[in-house]
Design a protein around this ligand. Structure first.
Ligand SMILES: Cc1cc2nc3c(=O)[nH]c(=O)nc-3n(C[C@H](O)[C@H](O)[C@H](O)COP(=O)(O)O)c2cc1C
Length: 195
């Protein structure tokens, strides 16, 4: 069995919906176990993230997909606290040659999501991991404004939903399809590499 973990932070639920769609895509690939992990604020004490069970799960994963909302033009502080805690893994290059991926969600159509994806890919590179891009042409090329990769993001999937304070989180169907296709793609690579 190949194991793919999706670790994400979500403040108001949009990134969680994207993560669930990635998880569904991963789980649809035969011979793959998909693990969905949420970064919890309670695990951050005095600015430091600590959760040994999470790091144990990631250690036995063949692929890790990172998800965070874009806050202030970059990853959320909670995600960054997790990434900084992974510094102890970096010393040992414990995730070297694992497959990596990442996604983000924000409120504006652009919103500087590219900076967040850039950060996630650099983080993966520092960890010695192998980054998988979105691998999908934008659906707008075929005249569809709500299909896979509707936002034309190649480094990884993105989602955009205007802020609606107080309302339950919803994510555009095209962005969920993008996330699902990406989960499938990353998992398929992980299986190939494991063989
Ligand atoms: C502190 C903060 C900073 C934000 N910065 C950005 C930003 O730089 N670009 C953007 O498009 N949206 C920004 N937003 C909006 C969020 O990205 C958006 O609400 C997103 O859906 C949140 O994801 P979540 O529901 O998973 O927490 C920001 C929201 C917060 C709370």
């Amino acid at each position: 069995m190949t194991t793919v973990s999706i670790i994400h932070f979500s403040g108001s639920g949009h990134t969680r919906l994207m993560a669930e769609a990635v998880h569904a895509g991963v789980a649809s690939v035969p011979d793959v176990t998909a693990e969905l992990i949420a970064i919890q604020g309670k695990d951050i004490i005095e600015g430091r993230y600590k959760n040994e069970a999470v790091f144990a799960q990631l250690a036995k994963s063949d692929a890790i997909i990172f998800g965070t909302p874009t806050y202030m033009g970059g990853p959320a502080a909670q995600f960054k606290a997790f990434a900084d805690a992974a510094g102890m893994v970096w010393f040992q290059q414990g995730w070297k040659n694992k497959v990596a991926g990442g996604f983000t969600h924000s409120s504006s159509p652009n919103g500087d999501k590219g900076t967040t994806l850039h950060y996630l890919s650099v983080f993966a590179a520092q960890m010695g991991m192998l980054w998988v891009g979105a691998g999908e042409l934008p659906s707008t090329l075929a005249g569809k404004t709500d299909g896979v990769n509707r936002l034309g993001s190649y480094l990884g999937p993105t989602g955009a939903t205007p802020m609606n304070p107080g309302a339950s989180a919803v994510v555009e169907s095209g962005d969920l399809l993008t996330a699902q296709a990406y989960g499938q793609r990353v998992a398929a690579f992980a299986v190939k590499l494991a063989r």
